[in-house]
Design a protein around this ligand. Structure first.
Ligand SMILES: [Zn+2]
Length: 387
C-alpha cells in the first residue's frame, strides 16, 4: 500500500503502518486528552491527561494489531501464505495472498478477528470492575480499552462485505448452497445495503443537528459502500478465473523474430505485414526477450536501420515467465503488478506460447456471452480441496 512503512516483524509477518494511522493517533490523543478523560475522570493533572490519552491510543493500536494477527495466524495455520499486516486509518488489513479454499477455513479466518477484539474488551472490562469509582488512570485506560475493543468486535461482525461479518456470512452461504459466486453476491449486496443504512443515518443525524456525527457516519457508509463494491468485483473475477489455466487461453503459435535483425527489418518483415503489436525474440532456439510496438517507438525512427532488435527488446531477465498449468487468477495479478500486457509461457525450458491480457479479456467476454456459470468450477475446486 502506498504511504506505508515497516515497523517490524511478528511471527515472520511484516508489520506495516500507513501514514494515515499516525494522523489518527495524533487526533485520537488530542480528543482523549481534551474530551473523553476530563469528562469521565475530573481532577487529574494536565500532564496525566495527555500521558494517559497517548498510552490509550497506542494500546488501541496494539488491540487492532492483535485482531489482525489473529486473522493472519489462523490463515497461515490453514496453509494460506501471509505476507504482511498494514495498519491504517480504519484499522488494519492482513495481506493474505490467496483466497480461502473452503467455507470452513474462511469462517475460521474471519470470525477469529472480532472474537479476539471481544475477548480483549471483556478482559479489560472485568479488570476495571474492582477499580470502579477510584478515578484512577488505570481504571480510565482499562475502561477505554473495554469500550473500544467491544465496539471494534461488534462493528466488524456486521454481516456485509468488506467487514469480517461479511466474510462470515459469505462462508455460511457458500457452505449452505455450495456456490461461491452466489455467496459473494449475497455478502456484497448485504454490505451495500448496510452501507446505505449508514449513509441515510448520517444524513438524518446531520439534519437533526449533530453535524459532525452525521458527517462521520456518512463517511463510514461511503467507505463501506466503495469497499463492498470493489470486494465484490475482486472476488467475482477471482472465482471466474480460478478454474482456468494459462494453457487454455494462451496463443500456442506466437510470432517469433530473430534477435540480430535491425528494427527496420523487424517493422518491414514482421510488424507491418502481420499487423503485429508484439513478438517474442529468439536467439538460435532460445527465448531471449519480448519486443512490443512501444519498445520500437522509444527508438528514434532514423536509428531503426542500425539498432538490432536485441537492443530495443525487454530482455528475458526482466520478463516474468509462466507455465501452462498456472491458474489465471494467479497470472492476472502478475500482469497488473508489473504493468505488462503479455507473458511468455514456458514448459521445461522450451517456449510453448504467449498469454496476453487481450486473450484473457476475450475469454471472459466469450464466457459471459455464453452465460457459462462458474458453479461447475467451484464444485470442481471443492472436490480438489476435499481430496
Ligand atoms: Zn478483522
Amino acid at each position: 500500500m502506498p504511504g506505508s512503512f515497516r515497523i517490524g516483524k511478528i511471527a515472520g509477518i511484516d508489520i506495516d503502518i500507513n501514514v494515515s494511522w499516525i494522523i489518527i493517533l495524533v487526533l485520537l490523543t488530542v480528543s482523549l486528552a481534551t474530551g473523553w478523560f476530563p469528562q469521565l475522570y475530573p481532577g487529574w493533572s494536565t500532564a496525566t491527561y495527555w500521558l494517559i490519552a497517548f498510552l490509550s491510543s497506542v494500546l488501541l493500536f496494539v488491540s487492532v494489531l492483535l485482531h489482525e494477527l489473529a486473522h493472519s495466524l489462523v490463515a497461515r495455520r490453514r496453509g494460506l501464505p501471509v505476507k504482511s499486516i498494514t495498519l491504517f486509518i480504519f484499522g488494519g488489513v492482513s495481506n493474505i495472498e490467496r483466497e480461502p479454499p473452503s467455507p470452513g477455513i474462511e469462517f475460521q479466518m474471519a470470525v477469529v478477528g472480532p472474537l479476539t477484539s471481544l475477548v480483549i474488551g471483556v478482559i479489560c472490562f472485568l479488570l476495571q470492575l474492582p477499580l470502579r469509582g477510584s478515578n484512577s488512570p488505570l481504571e480510565g485506560i482499562l475502561y477505554y480499552l473495554a469500550v473500544t475493543n467491544i465496539l471494534l468486535g461488534v462493528f466488524n461482525l456486521i454481516p456485509g462485505f468488506p467487514l469480517d461479518g461479511g466474510r462470515v456470512l459469505h462462508s455460511i452461504v457458500w457452505r449452505l448452497t455450495g456456490n461461491m459466486r452466489q455467496a459473494t453476491r449475497v455478502a456484497s449486496l448485504t454490505g451495500q445495503f448496510i452501507a446505505y443504512l449508514f449513509i441515510l443515518l448520517g444524513i438524518w443525524i446531520f439534519f437533526a443537528g449533530s453535524i459532525l456525527d452525521g458527517l462521520w457516519l456518512g463517511f463510514i457508509g461511503w467507505f463501506l459502500l466503495s469497499a463492498a463494491q470493489s470486494a465484490n468485483a475482486q472476488v467475482m473475477l477471482t472465482s471466474v478465473l480460478r478454474g482456468v489455466t494459462v494453457g487454455e487461453v494462451m496463443n500456442p503459435k506466437p510470432t517469433t523474430v530473430p534477435a540480430n535483425i535491425s528494427l527496420q527489418q523487424l517493422v518491414d518483415a514482421y510488424f507491418l505485414p502481420g499487423g503485429l503489436r508484439y513478438a517474442l525474440v529468439m536467439q538460435a532456439d532460445h527465448l531471449v526477450g519480448l519486443i512490443t510496438l512501444s519498445d520500437i517507438r522509444h527508438i528514434p525512427r532514423e536509428q531503426w536501420g542500425q539498432v538490432p532488435v536485441s537492443n530495443a527488446m525487454i530482455p528475458l531477465s526482466r520478463l516474468h515467465v509462466v507455465t501452462p498449468q498456472q491458474s489465471l487468477s494467479d497470472v492476472l495479478p502478475l500482469m497488473a503488478g508489473r504493468d505488462v500486457n503479455q507473458l511468455p509461457v514456458v514448459q521445461n525450458d522450451a517456449l510453448v506460447g504467449i498469454v496476453s491480457r487481450d486473450a484473457i479479456v476475450h475469454y471472459l467476454e466469450v464466457r459471459r456471452s455464453l452465460g457459462v456459470d462458474t458453479s461447475k468450477s467451484d464444485a470442481q475446486n471443492q472436490l480438489h480441496n476435499a481430496a
